[in-house]
Each structure stands twice: as structure tokens, then as C-alpha cells.
Design a protein around this ligand. Structure first.
Ligand SMILES: [Zn+2]
Length: 117
């Protein structure tokens, strides 16, 4: 769960047109308060997230939150996501780590050999 609702962004030459397209009236140098959802995908702003399983609160860089393909609004801390990851790996491949699966391992070896050449 994302706890942070709003973020403060300083308007500069680069993001000005982005905010204008969203309907904000802003000048360069001004600080806008926007909903977190509207942060640009490359934003380094830190947002507070609460783990949906254990409830611990972590501050995460927005850019990274987007990068890891989280479904919008969901968040799992490192500890819980490991558990979750193992669960789906077990469900799909019957192993705890991808390397333990023969098919995946041979695929990795194959592409490594390909790169060597
Ligand atoms: Zn957790």
C-alpha cells in the first residue's frame, strides 16, 4: 500500500510541459504539490509504502517502485516478496531458485556460451 498521497515537485524547464499537459498552471522555479500517481516514471522522490503482508513501512524511490512492476498500490517488503517469489517459483517450476530448474539452467548456460563466442 502506498502511504504517501502527495509529493512536492519543483518545476523546471524539462518538466514544465508535462505539468502543463496535466492542466497545471506553473512557472519555472515554482513548487507544485501533486498526487503521487502523477509523478513522472523517472522520479527520484521517496514515497512511503506499507507492506501488504507484514505491515512494515519502508521508504522507496518512486522510480524503483515503478521499475519492479508492482501492481499500482501494492507493496511487499523485501522479506515478504522473497517469500512470495519462492511461492510462485514453486508453483510454476517446483523449485526455490530458478537455477535449480534444469530447463532454466540449460537455457542460462546456452546463452552464456553464445555470448562467449
Ligand atoms: Zn513485509
Amino acid at each position: 500500500m502506498i502511504i504517501t498521497r502527495e509529493a512536492k515537485v519543483k518545476v523546471n524547464q524539462i518538466n514544465l510541459s508535462y505539468f502543463e499537459s496535466l492542466g497545471y498552471e506553473a512557472n519555472i522555479g515554482e513548487v507544485l504539490t501533486i498526487p503521487v500517481e502523477l509523478l513522472s516514471t523517472g522520479s527520484h522522490q521517496k514515497i512511503d509504502c506499507k507492506c501488504d503482508t507484514c505491515g512494515s513501512v519502508k521508504s522507496v524511490i518512486f522510480k524503483n517502485y515503478i521499475k519492479y512492476g508492482n501492481k499500482w498500490g501494492t507493496y511487499y517488503c523485501r522479506k515478504c516478496s522473497e517469500h512470495k517469489r519462492k511461492k510462485s517459483l514453486n508453483l510454476n517450476f517446483g523449485v526455490d531458485y530458478p537455477i535449480q530448474n534444469r530447463e532454466i539452467k540449460s537455457k542460462i548456460v546456452k546463452s552464456l556460451n553464445k555470448k562467449k563466442k
